[in-house]
Design a protein around this ligand. Sequence first.
Ligand code: WT7
Length: 655
Amino acid sequence: MSSDGPTITSLELEDRRFPPPPEFAAQANATQELYEQAAGDPEAFWLARTKELLTWESEPTQGVDRSNPPFFTWFADGTLNASVQCLDRHLAARGDQVAFHWEGEPADEREAVTYRDLHERVCRLTNGLRERGVGKSDRVAIYLGMIPEIVVAMLACARIGAPHTVIFGGFSPDSVRDRVLDCGVTAMITGDGAWRGGKLVPLKANVDAALEGAPDVHTCVVVRRTGNEIGWVEGRDVWYHELVERQATEAEPEIVDAEHPLYILYTSGSTGKPKGILHTTGGYLTGVAATHRWVFDLKDDDVYWCAADVGWVTGHSYIAYGPLANGATSVLYEGAPGTPDKDRWWEIIARYKVSILYCAPTAIRTFMKWGVEYPQRHDLTSLRLLGSVGEPINPEAWIWYRENIGGGRCPVVDTWWQTETGAIMISPLPGVTTLKPGSATRPLPGITADVVDANGQSVPLGAGGYLVLDEPWPSMLRTLYGDDDRFVATYWSEYEGKYLAGDGCRRDEDGDYWLLGRIDDVMNVSGHRLSTIEIESALVDHPKVAEAAVVGRTDETTGQAIAAFVTLKGHIAGDEALIAELRQHVATKIGAIARPKSIVLTDDLPKTRSGKIMRRLLRDISENRHLGDVTTLANEDVVADIANQAEAARAADKE
Ligand code: WT7
């Protein structure tokens, strides 16, 4: 960002206010006092919280270590094991309590997994992985659908002290291979297939293709889920059920230092190579346990459902580690929201009497489109709290969620955070905060944020700028795996001593935060970050494509939709069939989530004189905005041509 960069303006006119219902406030876990306790001495505050929330093997005496910024550490002299936090310590009081009500996508496939069951399954897999030579210095990739084994696999890795990297089950073989290689993975846990939207996702076939280029993977454990035919590599592949069957039901946990890596999770950045976000053990667990308890107001009799996928950070922090560290009872649903019918979620909520629901604005907008008759078919009165995450939530969607799902009685917590932050950073506390539809409100107790201008100066209330976090926090990423330089350059170089989140933000007159979306070449599609460059590379990979530019354009359902502009090689003529082929090509290369919604074929792309593609201009074209000054363009005349075609693509889209 240069100092003459864009100032972020927003014209927010939302003025509805929702103070916490008095009955809710009276019983809430988190009270106003938390802010005051934290403000005085945040470090002492977090040290006290970690001792209260976790059961350390040896308790830490220090909070944050600032001796080597931005490589901060937390609780560094403490030792613990993450799977013990999530399982063993609950057994005495909660052994028979359900940890997960699992529900498969095909009707009638259900299972109640208790804490004791989960502990036994984790121990067996721990022993099985150890039998295959997996230890503390290995990295293990997990590529599974939403079945209990995905959580079992994460916790078994944590028990061994082997950092896991979960790869979202929707990713293609190429994406799997990139991550496996970058992470130096030696063992994998996958399945024969997964069910999603009535279709079988061929997980094992994808892994086989991915591992052709990854000879260091010596073990591939395969969960039988869908029963389809699969390939088999003798010596490398082993059935999960055969491996765990012969194991003991207890397994010694590896006690590790607080700063021992717990996992690596890849996320898109503004260059093509995904970033391996590294989280460690003690600080991360403290962050997720505290925020899960405060923001979701978790009580012993709650049934909590985070409807994200375990393959993204939301699932790591708020399906696996946070809820399990807190001994919660959760729902884990395998499939798509519209299978077999558009009321599947509401049926699940009624069946398990879900009291807390956490999901993404893109899902809410889809439900809005489907219509209120679907939620109205079911009894949703068990709900008492609703959460949102992944992208800014439009006030209309917020109100719809509150009224039609929450029956007008449930607080809605809009939670801002990132893969990098590990845990929720900016969010209402449901018993304290007056809610404003569309605002994530304030940094949580113990977290300090700011909104700054291009020079790093705090902007006055009412103004917009760049969101930064100006003090280290326990669940912060520690580095990008294998790339300390990129870690420093991406997050810590713009403003001295401050973490750059990459989001635009405005603070209103009350000091509440309104998130305005990404400021880099990263799109947010259905609450997931995708970088433009990765999709451009996938397009250029097609033999007929010469050049490609990708931008995000506003989309009613997915937040942003991927709009691509492509020039073809030589004199190749493009047609609808080729456009369809290119869209499929990207889906095959990266995964269905990256399939462009529209592709415009053009003879040229707008470029600056130094040859940089002007994505800003393409964004304006895609959004049908006034084009502003194009005089710095090297090839001005292409713009009108592209604009006409983009208009046609948008029109086709609306049909
Ligand atoms: C980006 C992080 C956090 C888990 C899911 C996504 C956007 C996230 C909100 C929110 C406005 C939000 C930001 C952020 N974002 N939550 N409540 N309001 N924007 O994790 O893939 O790491 O993406 O998602 O742009 O930087 P992620």
